[in-house]
Design a protein around this ligand. Structure first.
Ligand code: NAD
Length: 393
C-alpha cells in the first residue's frame, strides 16, 4: 500500500516501513563512525524499538559489535494496516544486525510482566549465557502490577496546590498558546512513580541476578531528564520528576545489591514519541534545536547514545554530577544556551516559531520518528506493510 502520514495530536498513527529502515540505517552509520573495541558485548535493552532505547541498541551493536537482546511493546501490521514505527525499526535493526553477523533477538511484549522477564531470561541463558549491560529505556503511560494486576496510569502534572500555566506548542495548529495543567492528586503522584519510577528496573535486575545471567561487574543505565526552569513545574518538580527521583533511588539500590554498577544518565531533550506528549517541552525543544544547531552542538538520540557509551559509560571518565548521575545533557544545559532560552521564551509567538525556534526542524524530526521525510525514500511507491520480525522467523 501507499503509506502517508496521518497525524493525530502528538502521534502519527501510520508509519512507513522503508522510511523507518532508512532512519535506522542512518543511525547505524553514525554508530559505526564512532566504532570502539572496548565496551559492552552482550546487551539487554528494555524499550529498544524507538527513541533512546533504539539508539542505545544501535550504539552497542554497531559501535562495539555487541550481541543485543531487545524488548519492546509494538503493534505489528494487522488487516493490511501499517505496523507501528517501533515494529518497523526493530525489523530493520535486526535485519541490519544479522547482515553484519551480529546476534540480535527481540521480544514484543509487556516488559513489566513476569512472563516476559522469564521468557527473556530463558532465551538469554540459552543464547548468550550472561548480560554485561542492561539499558532501561521504557517510557509508558501505564503499567500493570505483575503481582496484584492493578493498572497504574502515569500523568504529567505539577505537584502542589497551584495549577501551572505556561506556553506550549499546538502542533496541530502550528501555534504557540497557553496551557493550564491542574495539580496531581496524591494517587496520581504514586501511580506515576509506579509506572515510570525504578521499581520495574529493580525487578528486572533481581530476576536477572537470581537466574545467574547478570555477568560479574555488569553495568546498567536508566535515563532521566532535568531541563530548564520553564519546564520544571511540569517535569522535574512534577509527577514525572518524582518518578525520576525514584529511578535514582533504584540505581543506588541495584549497585548496593548486586555486582553491577547502575547509573542514571541525564539525557538531552530530543523529539521522541514520549517527549512529544509532554506539554511545554516541544516548544522548548524547537528553541534548542535552533540554538544548538547554530552553536554546532545539536544532537539527536543516536549522537547522545554514542557519546554516552564512548565518552562516559565505557570512556575514560563518567564525569558524575554531585548526585552521582551521568550528564549527557551537558551541552543542552550550557549557560549561554540556557540564557538565550530565557530571553526567547516570553517573546516567541506562532509567527516567530520558525525565526526564534526551529519549528521546521522539530516537525521534520517528528515525522522521521514514523519513517516520513527521509531522503531517498519514494513515498508514492506501493510498499509491503506486513513485515515479520527476523528473529521470530
Ligand atoms: P520512546 O517513547 O521513544 O520509547 C519508549 C520505549 O518503551 C519503546 O521501545 C516502547 O516500545 C517501549 N515500551 C513502552 N511500554 C512498554 C512495555 N509495557 N513493555 C515493553 N516495552 C515498552 O521514549 P524515549 O523518549 O526514548 O524515552 C526513553 C527514556 O528516556 C525514558 O525514561 C525517558 O524519560 C528518558 N528521556 C527521554 C528524553 C526525551 O527528550 N525524549 C530526555 C531524557 C530522558
Amino acid at each position: 500500500m501507499i503509506v502517508k502520514p496521518r497525524i493525530r495530536g502528538y502521534v502519527c498513527i501510520t508509519a512507513h516501513p522503508k522510511g523507518c529502515e532508512a532512519k535506522v540505517r542512518e543511525e547505524i552509520e553514525v554508530a559505526k563512525a564512532a566504532k570502539r573495541s572496548d565496551g559492552p558485548k552482550r546487551v539487554l535493552v528494555l524499550g529498544s524499538s524507538t527513541g533512546y532505547g533504539l539508539s542505545s541498541r544501535i550504539a552497542a551493536a554497531f559501535g562495539y559489535d555487541a550481541a543485543t537482546f531487545g524488548i519492546f511493546f509494538e503493534r505489528p501490521s494487522t488487516n493490511g494496516k501499517p505496523a507501528s514505527a517501533g515494529w518497523y525499526n526493530s525489523v530493520a535493526f535486526e535485519k541490519a544486525a544479522h547482515e553484519a553477523g551480529l546476534y540480535a533477538k527481540s521480544i514484543n511484549g509487556d516488559a513489566f510482566s513476569n512472563e516476559v522477564k522469564a521468557q527473556a531470561i530463558a532465551q538469554i541463558k540459552e543464547d548468550l549465557g550472561q548480560i554485561d549491560l542492561v539499558v532501561y529505556s521504557l517510557a509508558s503511560p501505564r503499567r500493570t502490577d505483575p503481582e496484584t494486576g492493578e493498572v497504574y496510569k502515569s500523568v504529567l502534572k505539577p505537584i502542589g496546590d497551584q495549577a501551572f500555566t505556561n506556553r506550549t506548542m499546538d502542533t496541530d495548529r502550528d501555534e504557540v498558546k497557553d496551557v493550564t495543567i491542574e495539580p496531581a492528586t496524591e494517587e496520581e503522584i504514586q501511580h506515576t512513580i509506579n509506572v515510570m519510577g525504578g521499581q520495574d528496573w529493580e525487578l528486572w535486575m533481581k530476576a536477572l541476578d537470581d537466574a545467574g545471567v547478570l555477568a560479574p561487574g555488569a553495568k546498567s543505565v536508566a535515563y532521566s531528564y532535568i531541563g530548564p526552569e520553564a519546564t520544571w513545574p511540569v517535569y522535574t518538580n512534577g509527577t514525572i520528576g518524582q518518578a525520576k527521583k525514584d529511578v535514582e533511588r533504584a540505581a543506588a539500590a541495584i549497585t548496593e545489591a548486586y555486582d553491577c554498577a547502575a547509573y542514571v544518565a541525564v539525557n538531552k531533550a530530543v523529539v521522541t514519541q514520549a517527549s512529544s506528549a509532554i506539554p511545554v517541552v516541544p516548544l522548548y525543544i524547537s528553541i534548542i534545536i535552533k540554538l544548538m544547531k547554530a552553536k554546532g552542538t545539536h544532537e539527536d538520540c543516536i549522537e547522545q547514545m554514542v557519546r554516552l557509551f564512548d565518552d562516559r559509560l565505557y570512556g575514560k571518565d563518567l564525569q558524575l554530577d554531585n548526585l552521582g548521575r551521568i550528564r549527557v545533557d551537558d551541552w543542552e544545559m550550557q549557560p549561554d544556551i540556557q540564557a538565550k532560552v530565557i530571553e526567547i521564551w516570553p517573546s516567541i509567538t506562532s509567527e516567530t516559531l520558525d525565526v526564534l525556534g526551529d519549528y521546521t526542524g522539530y516537525q521534520h524530526n517528528f515525522l522521521t520518528l514514523f519513517g516520513f521525510g527521509l531522503d531517498g525514500v519514494d513515498y508514492d511507491e506501493d510498499v509491503e506493510v506486513d513485515l515479520p520480525l527476523p528473529s521470530s522467523l
